[in-house]
Design a protein around this ligand. Structure first.
Ligand SMILES: Nc1ncnc2c1ncn2[C@@H]1O[C@H](COP(=O)(O)OP(=O)(O)O)[C@@H](O)[C@H]1O
Ligand SMILES: Nc1ccn([C@H]2C[C@H](O)[C@@H](COP(=O)(O)OP(=O)(O)O)O2)c(=O)n1
Length: 313
């Protein structure tokens, strides 16, 4: 904890230095004066924080996150940004435009992986104490089938991203038509559309346990979720299945879907391999993936699934 606070302190100091350097016209004089004042303030701060016990520091920080104070949201966005950079994705600023002064600068100085992961867990506030489980797996792996069992036994609300998108495509709007074409082509619909549908559905629900099925389909989906929802999932339930088995299941599904034909299915498999597998791998680096072998009878798959829900009994 002390180390985390110190890293924040160090970062704020670096940022202040950078700011001073680039904005002062009478650079040398002002630089020296500003930094003398700044470091004197820092020394005072450090002396006072050293005198308080470490347990009270922990309590204060935890309380800060729960209360969603300004300080808490600063720390939180700062940490998520580090994580994004580690994943080598798009620039943090484009994804988190609500960021504040404590956001890491472009100097790219990032904390160690261990500390980032600890902070991910500590700092993401859970809105309304929501529990969110992302359910992933290839097309036809059996996600929807197993979600129905979990809903029955563990009091979860099931939100299928695919179902929400299919309802949306029937709206007849331009947006809906675009979604229809993308689904037929096995493509992933822009995250803004999907995340909005999911968050609206959650807002309409009184539940605080959500199974979000078929989401996030790619890293962009995941980043948009964290940005908009403000928190990550509890864990990812991943149904592992071969394409051969999935193809056979999809061709026998018979739900009248526009994408359950050989041509669309092949495209969906490619999309799954190229976009969805990497997001599962990303969550593996966070230790959040619970894999279930999906090549068995539905009952056997469910027996394995239940192991991940013991905490919800
Ligand atoms: N373990 C299983 N064994 C055999 N068939 C299954 C199994 N799980 C699901 N199915 C069937 O496979 C098809 C696809 O399952 P579904 O749950 O809709 O997959 P997903 O939601 O992952 O696309 C459905 O017709 C379903 O009844
Ligand atoms: N997060 C998501 C989830 C689904 N979609 C689109 C693209 C998918 O091929 C279709 C169908 O998804 P759905 O989860 O219902 O079905 P499958 O797992 O492919 O059987 O919806 C999306 O664009 N983004």
């Amino acid at each position: 904890m002390r180390r985390s606070i110190f890293v924040g302190f160090h970062r704020a100091a670096s940022k202040s230095l950078a700011h001073t350097t680039f904005t002062n016209t009478t650079r040398d004089k002002s630089f020296t004066e500003n930094n003398a004042v700044f470091f004197s303030l820092c020394l005072r701060w450090f002396a006072s924080s050293s005198s308080s016990s470490s347990s009270s520091s922990v309590t204060q920080r935890e309380e800060g996150y729960n209360a969603s104070s300004g300080i808490a949201s600063k720390s939180s966005s700062s940490v998520v940004r580090c994580d994004l950079r580690r994943g080598g994705e798009k620039s943090a600023s484009s994804s988190y435009s609500h960021s504040t002064e404590t956001t890491p600068t472009s100097s790219g100085k990032i904390r160690s992986t261990k500390i980032v992961d600890d902070d991910m867990t500590e700092q993401q506030p859970k809105k309304k104490n929501n529990h969110v489980v992302f359910v992933l797996g290839g097309p036809g792996a059996g996600k929807g089938t197993q979600c129905a069992n979990i809903v029955r036994d563990y009091n979860f609300t099931h939100l299928s991203a695919g179902d929400l998108l299919r309802a949306h495509m029937k709206s007849g709007t331009e947006d809906g038509n675009m979604v229809a074409q993308m689904i037929k082509d096995g493509k992933i619909v822009p995250s803004a559309v999907t995340v909005k549908l999911l968050l609206n559905a959650m807002a309409d629900s009184k539940s605080n346990r959500f199974l979000i099925d078929g989401f996030p389909r790619n890293k962009e989906n995941r980043d948009a979720w964290v940005s908009e929802a403000g928190y990550d999932c509890d864990f990812v339930l991943m149904y592992d299945c071969t394409e051969e088995v999935m193809l056979e299941r999809l061709l026998g599904r018979n739900e009248g879907r526009t994408d359950d034909n050989v041509e669309s299915i092949k495209k969906r498999f490619v999309t799954f391999r190229e976009s969805s597998v990497p997001v599962v791998e990303f969550y593996e680096t966070l230790g959040k993936v619970r894999k279930v072998d999906a090549i068995a009878t539905p009952e056997e798959v469910y027996e394995k699934t239940k192991e991940s829900f013991a905490q919800f009994e």
